[in-house]
Ligand binder design. Structure first.
Ligand SMILES: O=C(O)c1ccc[n+]([C@@H]2O[C@H](COP(=O)([O-])O)[C@@H](O)[C@H]2O)c1
Ligand SMILES: Cc1cc2nc[nH]c2cc1C
Length: 347
């Protein structure tokens, strides 16, 4: 799939000049400056404006979860979807705080939700199949989930999406995708998820090693995605691809959302140019994942925040949102040495 290169050297030079002429020592706004440059390039403007940003939380259940790979039971997935919609989850509170619209997508949760505003149903089944026994989803389901993610984003207003997920067991799927697509040893890709103890971690590692081995032939991006799941990750892959194709700003949450970006970059490498990685998750493997998500193979992606978060559901993306707003405000409103009559260092 082709997604164009957003790097425009003329605009990049203009943006850098604009940033450098602001009333501050050169480079003194640190990574806010890099962020401003990136947002300017994505939105194609020296004064980019974020409009009608949308939080999209994709939810799905995982067959593998029945094998004890999570500290919490699968029912938490549907219960948390109810909590998102009732406004009581972390992401609900933070989205409300920042005035961001929140949409939850049922990509395949084992529960019948009453239809209501803020909930989209794109159910592909009552959760993925157990990847220890066969592929988590069929190739057709995988394709459908990606198409769903694309169609959902295509219908959203605005020019920025903040992507999160919910799915008990989905750190297992994300770890398997990381190992399968990068070739890193599985042990470096597996973490405690919702908080497994040492015995739980030993069980998770042993099981995931078997699952990885069982699907040893699935190393191409779509094959790996179908083998390991889940429906919510595949839907996010579609969301990322569509948002990138439309040059929306993509604010990526934690480990699982990043796994969706990893799959998407294997289909269209320029995707990462549009991605802002909101935070470095405490989940073991996220640092490694970020190394594969930089703007080019030599440069690792750097997340904005490092606060020990490991929640998912888009909470980290929403927490980082004011930094993106600040980067745009600096470009638009901060005075330059010339406009404010401040002496520069060489004058
Ligand atoms: O995004 C992260 O970095 C992250 C790290 C650990 C856990 N989670 C959340 O916890 C759930 C997955 O954890 P687990 O242990 O059930 O695989 C799922 O609902 C995720 O949203 C999320
Ligand atoms: C309570 C709870 C909330 C979550 N939000 C995202 N993943 C989650 C996992 C659990 C267990």
């Amino acid at each position: 799939m082709h997604i164009d290169d957003i790097h425009n050297p003329v605009l990049a030079a203009r943006l850098q000049h604009r940033i450098d002429r602001k009333t501050k020592p050169l480079g003194a706004l640190g990574r806010l400056e890099t962020l401003a440059l990136q947002l300017g390039l994505i939105l194609g403007s020296e004064t980019p404006q974020l409009r009608e940003a949308q939080v999209l939380v994709c939810a799905g259940d995982h067959g593998l979860a029945a094998r004890g790979v999570s500290a919490y039971p699968s029912d938490v997935t549907w219960q948390m979807v109810e909590n998102f919609l009732a406004g009581g989850a972390a992401v609900s509170v933070l989205a409300r705080q920042h005035g961001l619209a929140l949409t939850v997508v049922d990509c395949g949760v084992r529960h019948d939700f009453a239809p209501r505003p803020g909930l989209l149903s794109r159910k592909l089944g009552p959760g993925t199949a157990d990847s220890a026994q066969g592929p988590a989803m069929s190739a057709a389901q995988c394709e459908q989930a990606i198409a769903n993610g694309r169609a959902i984003v295509a219908q959203l207003p605005g020019n920025a999406v903040l992507l999160g997920e919910m799915g008990i067991g989905n750190t297992s799927a994300a770890s398997l995708l990381l190992a399968a697509l990068t070739g890193h040893p599985l042990a470096d890709c597996v973490g405690a998820g919702t908080g497994l103890d040492e015995a739980g971690m030993a069980r998770k590692r042993a099981l995931l090693a078997q699952v990885l081995e069982r699907h040893a032939g699935a190393r191409a991006p779509l094959e790996a995605l179908a083998a390991f799941g889940g429906f919510e990750i595949a839907t996010l892959v579609g969301a990322v691809l569509q948002a990138a194709a439309e040059r929306r700003v993509i604010v990526v949450d934690g480990f699982i959302s990043s796994a969706a970006v990893l799959v998407a970059t294997r289909l269209a490498p320029q995707v990462t140019q549009r991605c802002v990685f909101s935070h470095r998750s405490d989940e073991c493997g996220h640092g490694l994942m970020l190394r594969h998500l930089g703007p080019d193979p030599q440069t690792p992606a750097r997340a904005l925040l490092d606060m020990g978060l490991r929640l998912g559901e888009g909470s980290g993306a929403v927490l980082a949102w004011p930094l993106l707003q600040s980067a745009c405000a600096i470009l638009a409103e901060m005075a330059s040495f010339e406009s404010a009559g401040v002496s520069d260092k060489d004058s």
